[in-house]
Write a protein that binds this ligand. Structure first.
Ligand SMILES: Nc1ncnc2c1ncn2[C@@H]1O[C@H](COP(=O)(O)OP(=O)(O)OP(=O)(O)O)[C@@H](O)[C@H]1O
Ligand SMILES: [Mg+2]
Length: 369
């Protein structure tokens, strides 16, 4: 969840002044460089550091830079190499491209030319990252489909049990009357049973594609309801701070799905903080290539290790003795079905930070947000 720093650039050039001044100029642009003046150092630097781009002179001492480029790519196949040469010729350009170079700059060049070449590399790296993420989402979606087929088999019996719970709770609600001190608790139980019934229905429908989107709702309501319900029941010793926007955030999503998502995240936070943590739930409008409602649930627990973070969205992955490992995958499914995104990781200040982005529609008065 931390902001990805810009990839490091390895400069390989035996002209020391050139290498150092280029590194200084790039540092001012926020780009960290590693410097090597010979091929052995370049290979060692690449082995030890996560550089993703190399700026390689075509001649380093008596060595051929294009051959070095090929050796560097043998160490790190995904490395993007920009070959620099003082002798711009078709032959050297062709040799550079054959060695797997991504781009070609002829010396001397201005900083803005170099920045243009580097920005093209950054774009390629960002696209690769997006592709890897999309592939991971697809793999998770396939697992979710298999899960939902399994769930379909169980849901019939589960629905029967829920019907019994709902029937009993409504008898209790009737007997207590609306003014009884326990009525609010019975109301929450009723609401949770309804949410569970809807969840089962959603699981059963998951494999059916082309479902119409639900009517847009103001997300502030289900988020507030879930927080209130949990504060009174399963998370009494936890401090839940809720930060809602002043304006409605309209999203086409079933309210109980969103309540369930918040409940799942709060229960995870409770488990991670042994029930006594502090959780901040924030809902806000995000304008990033369109309007999104962003829900952030951040706790002050230990956060997620890299291994747990990598597995956390896979169905049935759990580190808890009684966990089912379906809480986060269900939120991921909700996000993907709505055209949004869901991520969880460790916040820079520690603690877990879950972020759910859902495409938001318009204000009730029809104006675009
Ligand atoms: N707030 C958090 N802090 C630390 N680890 C977390 C947090 N939320 C989730 N995790 C990790 O991710 C795993 C998967 O979470 P998920 O909610 O999908 O399943 P679960 O909580 O284990 O079981 P359940 O299906 O009952 O929710 C957890 O077992 C835990 O290891
Ligand atoms: Mg959970």
């Amino acid at each position: 969840m931390t902001v990805t720093p810009r990839p490091k650039v390895l400069i390989v050039d035996d002209e020391r002044d050139f290498a150092v001044s280029t590194a200084r100029a790039l540092a001012l642009e926020g780009i960290t460089c590693l410097i090597a003046h010979d091929s052995a150092t370049a290979l060692a630097q690449l082995t030890e550091n996560p550089a993703m781009i190399a700026l390689v002179d075509i001649r380093i001492r008596h060595e051929d830079g294009t051959q070095l480029a090929a050796r560097l790519r043998a160490v790190r196949p995904e490395l993007l190499v920009i070959i620099m040469t003082a002798y711009a010729s078709i032959d050297s350009a062709v040799a550079a491209m054959h060695a797997g170079a991504h781009d070609y700059l002829s010396k001397p060049f201005f900083l803005d030319e170099l920045m243009r070449a580097l920005n093209r590399c950054f774009e390629v790296l960002a696209l690769r990252e997006d592709k890897a993420r999309a592939e991971q989402d697809l793999a998770i979606l396939r697992q979710l489909e298999a899960t939902s087929r399994l769930a379909t088999g169980l849901s019939h019996d589960f629905n029967n049990m829920l019907a019994v719970i709902q029937a009993n709770v409504s008898v209790i609600l009737d007997r207590l009357g609306p003014d009884h001190a326990l009525a609010a608790y019975a109301d929450d139980a009723d609401r949770a049973a309804r949410a569970a019934a809807e969840l089962v229905a959603r699981l059963m429908n998951f494999t059916r594609s082309g479902q119409a989107l639900p009517e847009p709702i103001d997300l502030r309501e289900p988020v507030a309801t879930a927080c209130r319900m949990m504060q009174h029941t399963l998370c009494v010793d936890m401090r839940i701070a809720l930060d809602l926007p002043d304006v409605p955030l309209l999203v086409p999503v079933a309210p109980t799905m969103l309540e369930t998502a918040v409940v799942n995240l709060l229960i995870n936070a409770r488990d991670a903080t042994e029930g006594r943590g502090r959780v901040i739930v924030t809902l806000s409008l995000l304008r990033q290539g369109g309007n999104y409602a962003r829900l952030v649930v951040q706790d002050d627990g230990p956060g997620l290790s890299a291994e747990v973070e990598a597995m956390s969205l896979h169905p049935f992955f759990t580190t808890k003795p009684k966990g089912t490992g379906l809480g986060l995958p269900m939120i991921q499914q909700l996000a993907l079905a709505a055209g949004g995104a869901f991520r969880i990781g460790t916040a820079p200040e520690g603690g877990a930070r879950a972020v759910l982005d859902l495409p938001a529609t318009t204000q009730p008065d029809g104006e675009n947000m």
